[in-house]
Ligand binder design. Sequence first.
Ligand code: ATP
Length: 594
Amino acid sequence: MAKHPHFNKNGPPPKTKDIWRTIKRIWIYLSEKKAVMSFVLFLVAISVVLSLLGPYLIGVAVDKYIVTRNIDGLLLLLVFLGSIYVLNSIAIWLHNSLMISIAQNTVYKMRRHLFRHLHSLSIRYFDNKQHGELMSRLTNDMENVSRTLNSSVIQIFSGVLTLVGTIAFMIYLSPLLTLITLTIIPLLYLGMKWITTRTQKYFREQQKNLGSLNGFIEETISGQSVVKTFSQEEKVTRQFMEKNEQLKKSGYWAQTYSGFIPKLMNVLNNLSFAIIALAGGVLALNDLVSIGIIVTFTQYSRQFTRPLNDLSNQYNTLLSAVSGAERVFEVMDEDKEEEKQDFIELEEVSGEVEFRDVSFSYEKDGQTIYDVSFKASSGETVAFVGPTGAGKTTIINLLSRFYDPDQGTIMIDGIDMANVSRESLRQHMGFVLQDPFLFEGTIRENIRYGKLEATDEEVIESAKLANAHSFIMKLPKGYDTVLIQDGGGISQGQKQLLSIARAILARPKLLVLDEATSSIDTVTEIKIQEALARLMEGRTSFVIAHRLNTIQQANQIIVLDEGCIIEKGSHNALLKSKGFYYELYHGQLKNDAI
Ligand SMILES: Nc1ncnc2c1ncn2[C@@H]1O[C@H](COP(=O)(O)OP(=O)(O)OP(=O)(O)O)[C@@H](O)[C@H]1O
């Protein structure tokens, strides 16, 4: 069976990854807003300093005003402390809002670049990629980057500053007590290491299981009719349950282990509290520290475990965002579909097409078509027939320049297609495919896709010529009926008629028809044949034929087998020569299918 141009599922291996290179590339996007970004970092620094000042001032309050019972001084300091907290809240609110706007702007630009770039890639690229996987780069991976940029940049910067600042303040107040307080760091490190090795493992598993479950759901929903026709509901439900079970298990362990983190923090906070109280008490009794310093230390001990916790959490988030960004940049680094520097824009064409000794292969080794030569005069109909895999679709892919030949030339009106821009070539081409793709939108919009500037009258005129007008008018909203994606809601034959209307509106000089083979009733079939005959009038048409009775009027029938032209001529001439076509024709009369 012939297919749309063109999909298959094996992708090339991913390129070598470089975390720093990726971070640098994200930074290039972020630094487009350099001034705002610097202001955000400045605000973060201010907010860190303000939150370090709080505990320090509480210590001062104890030593200078509470111990000495100086109520006026204490009140004044409390007002000052209150102002610091208010100021800090304003700085936090401001840098968070600014960062969200920078992050959204960055992701918006990345998404735009990715989408544009994706549409400049060759069909060969899409042929080698799984579509769901490509889509997830534009959605999941971008979302991952977005979420991380929203919060992680600030948290990492503020975490490092808080950590350094807290320890600096502590050393300034009492190097000895600092040293004693920091003894919990090895415990913290060991505890976190034990937890994170497990959480990482289970989070990774959870992501993998989630991807597999999503893929499975996507497949069973798009293949619903196959599942139903083969009564496989039970089987797919069992498969689903297995995957769901795996996801539940990994999710359970990932959450359980990561739930240990706050508990560990709590234990260590209490431990450091006890260490400070004990060691601080001993030092205070020996007049080595004041009570105020002990109070300040108890606060700081909380402040330095928090950023350590944040940083270890952010590390995972950052890594997953970097891998998301890597996958996005990988697509952006793909070479665009090449176009010659001095290409020709194909203006008016009469529609004469010639293939001269064309050979081509999809893969490096092996040959898909060999030495194909034929000529179609303007307005002629050429039909390709042959067994499955003979190379019919490949010839059309070459004519449309979805691929370029390895050898030989393809000419339109005597101009070598290799020198012509793809866009200008495709403007002269129309396609009516077996399973035409309709977009989500009204019928009118779908027909107008053939010529965006067409008036409503032109759209209706084309629909009439395509025998589509009468069924459209029977729909409750006529031309304004909204089709859900891919024409869900209308029949296969009606989809065909709409795609013919679309092609009629575009008025291309060259036509490609990939015949519908099945699931169309006889009345619709006649309507389609009539519409196609109108569409083909005066145009050079290339028909990928599946039923030989529809191509008997073709000016030329080209018979292909294993990539070679084995016969060509008119229907009658080919029957007379009693070759492969003759066999096919008579075989098909018996079986009515190739
Ligand atoms: N994108 C691709 N990458 C690699 N090989 C491909 C690709 N598309 C087609 N082929 C191979 O090229 C050969 C010719 O395929 P082509 O689709 O042109 O055949 P066809 O005559 O149109 O067959 P059918 O009638 O089944 O559609 C087949 O062996 C096919 O497997």
